[in-house]
Design a protein around this ligand. Structure first.
Ligand code: CP
Ligand code: NVA
Length: 329
């Protein structure tokens, strides 16, 4: 499989075989790292990591993965570059691709990372936009494969706001890999009709199914994977907290939901998660809205069914696979 020179902007651009190849490459890179094998395939290469929004996992995953393969990294933080403010995306892309071998971008609209890729001569990797989070999908798929042994036919239910990066990306990933995707949310939080139609088209080819439902009990019954994400994403205004909590609380992942799915089900989350509201922002939410848990309960998050930290670790192995494949090592 030759992915050298390709951008990684959304899973829509990749075939099921290419996605499976990246997941399996990540599994082998993970096994090699666990066996103590030091990767030295890419000494002399350098990557730029642009973050217009904050990050723990994605930044660390790119840095550790790059360093494991002998590459240098330059981190451009939300305030530390001219990108999009003083200098256009097109000019930034042309400057960075004269210096670096690959560029990661985390930010706002998908059109920004698309523009960056258009003007860049080196691979551009999407580290999260409002619309998509494709590197997270590879980590999800690897984690599901590790725990359930396969992808095809797996029933994955996404609970909460399915209009944003995580809901969109999970629906695409499931459609591509022949999985059964359910968005379980109030109607107003269903993914947009155009993307649903695209995924239904893909699903016809792969044997996947796409279901949108407001009904928690029928939606989650027999699920193999229950997935959720924060109810308010980075970049959204504080004013939306109140309505999100009111409208999405019935879609909280709690023990009743996990019991309804069954003992075979795993729970996962892209993280960060509001499961106990003990963080600084969590405490403010607790005081303001009188709640102690949000998108998932602490009980579920800490349960034996939870694989959230496996998925977090897999961010690094899968991002390493994306860089190795697209840089051609
Ligand atoms: N899941 C994820 O993208 O985490 P970060 O925001 O910490 O990178
Ligand atoms: N939907 C979340 C995902 C974080 C990884 C956000 O965009 O903030």
């Amino acid at each position: 499989m030759d992915l050298k020179g390709r951008d990684f902007l959304t899973l829509k651009d990749f075939t099921p075989e290419e996605i499976e190849y990246l997941v399996d490459l990540a599994a082998s890179l993970k096994a090699r790292k666990k066996a103590g094998i030091v990767e030295r395939d890419m000494r002399g290469k350098n990557v730029a990591l642009i973050f217009e929004k904050t990050s723990t996992r994605t930044r660390c995953a790119f840095e550790v993965a790059a360093h494991d393969m002998g590459m240098g990294t330059t981190y451009l933080d939300p305030s530390g570059s001219q990108i999009g403010k003083k200098e256009s995306i097109a000019d930034t892309a042309r400057v960075l691709s004269r210096m670096f071998d690959g560029i990661e971008y985390r930010g706002f609209g998908q059109e920004i990372v698309e523009e960056l890729a258009k003007y860049s001569d080196v691979p551009v990797w999407n580290g999260l936009t409002n619309e998509y989070h494709p590197t997270q999908m590879l980590a999800t798929l690897l984690t599901v494969k590790e725990h359930l042994g396969h992808l095809k036919g797996v029933k994955l239910v996404y609970m909460g706001d399915a209009r944003y990066n995580m809901g969109n990306s999970l629906m695409i990933a499931c459609a591509k890999m022949g999985m059964h995707f359910t968005a379980c949310a109030p109607k107003a939080y269903f993914p947009n009709a155009e993307l649903v139609a695209y995924c239904e088209g893909v699903a016809k080819e792969t044997g996947a199914t796409i279901t949108l439902t407001e009904d928690v009990m029928s939606g989650t019954r027999g699920a193999d994977v229950i997935y959720t994400d924060v109810w308010v994403s980075m970049g959204e205004p504080d004013e939306v907290w109140e309505s999100r909590i009111r409208e999405l609380m019935p879609y909280q992942v709690n023990k009743k939901v996990m019991d309804n799915a069954g003992p075979q089900a795993i729970f996962t989350h892209c993280l960060p998660a509001f499961h106990d509201l003990k963080t600084k922002i969590g405490k403010q939410i607790q005081e303001k809205f009188g709640i102690t848990e949000m998108e998932c309960t602490d009980e579920v998050f800490e349960s034996a069914q939870s694989v959230v930290f496996d998925e977090a670790e897999n961010r690094m192995h899968t991002i390493k696979a994306v860089m190795a494949a697209t840089l051609g090592a």
